[in-house]
Design a protein. Sequence first.
Length: 372
Amino acid sequence: MPIAIRDITAFVLALSAMYLPNSILAGDSVHQVRPVLSLPHGHDSFRFAFAADGEFFVTWDAVTRSADASIAVWRASDWCLVTRKNLRKGLWVDAKTQSDSSLVVSTQVRHPSGKRRYYRLSLPELEGVGIEREPRSDIMSPDGRIRVSRARTSAGDESPTAIELRTARSNKLVLKFEPYRLHTSVSGFSPDSRYLAFSGTNHRARRYKDVPPPEVLAEQKVEPPFRLWDVVANREFRHAVRGSWRWTILRFTSDSKKVVVRTSEEILVTDFRTGEIVARHGVQGVQWPQVSGDGSLVAFHEDNQAVLWDHAETHHSIWKCHDADGPRTFLFAPGRETLVTKGFDGTLLIWRVEELLLLATPQHGLMRSASE
C-alpha cells in the first residue's frame, strides 16, 4: 500500500519533537529554539524571582541540604552572575523581592522549634542587616494612591480575615472589606488603578462544580466567582461575568477592560463590563498558568509541553523543554521580554519571548468572539 507524503511528514515531525528537546512545532516544520541561559540544579527546592524593576534575577535554595546551597544574583540585561553568597546547611530559606528592589530573606533551622529570622539585603550586593519581623506584603495601586493590606476583624482572630484599603499618603481608611470569611485573595489593581479584583470561593460551596443551587446562594451568601471594587466610586462594581464558581483572576489586560481568568477547565479572557468571552483556551490539562505584566501573554504547561499563548492574536507557540515531563513553573520578567521556565529537576531555562512569538501559529482549541 503506497504511503502518502503527508504521512511521512507527520512521522518526521513526531520524531523531531521526540528527539529535539527544545523545538517548536510550527506549520509543517520543526524550528529549533535555544534558551538564553540554562541553570542546572540537582533538586526541586530551587526558587527564583525578579527584582521589582526587572534589573536583577535572584535564585536561592529553599532547603539547604548541601554546602553549595546559595543565594545568587544575575544581571537580567546580559545574564551575568553578579553576586553569590553561600548559605549555612540545615536551613529552610525563603526570599521575597520588595517594591524598592531590595530582598527580604527569611531563614529557619530545620526543626519544629526553630526560630525564623529575617534579613533585608540590597541588590545586587546582598549586603544588609537583620530585621525584627517580615515586612507587610501590601499591594499598591499603580498610581501610588491606595495601599491594600490584610487585617484582623477582632483582637481574638488568629489570622487576618478582612481586607483594608487605605490612602498611601495619610493612611486614611477607605474601605474595610470583610468577605464573609471566604477563601479570598487580592488579585491586584487594573492598570488605570480604578478597579481592585478579589478572587475566592466560599468554603461551603467548594464542593459544587458549577453554580451552587439557589437555596445555597440564598442561605449561605455564596459570592460570585470574583469581585471587583470600583476605587473611584468607592463601591462594588457589579460585573456581568457568570459561569464557573472556581474562577481565579490572573491579571487585568492593559486596557483595564478585560481580565484573564482561570477556571477549573480552561483559561478565559473576558470583558467584565459586558460578560463577553473574548478569547479562550478550552483544552483541559492546562497547568501552572502565568500571565505577562501587560496581560497579553499566557504561559502554561499542557501535555508535557510549554505553551505561550498570545490571546489577542489567537496564536500560540508550543515547544518541548525540560526532558519528557516538560516545565512545571513559569515566570515572566516585568513586562514581557523574558520568560523563565523550571523543570521538575530544578533546572531553569531563560527564553527570549520575541523569539518564541516569531514562530507562533494558529492552533486548535482557541476561540475569538464573533464580534472581534
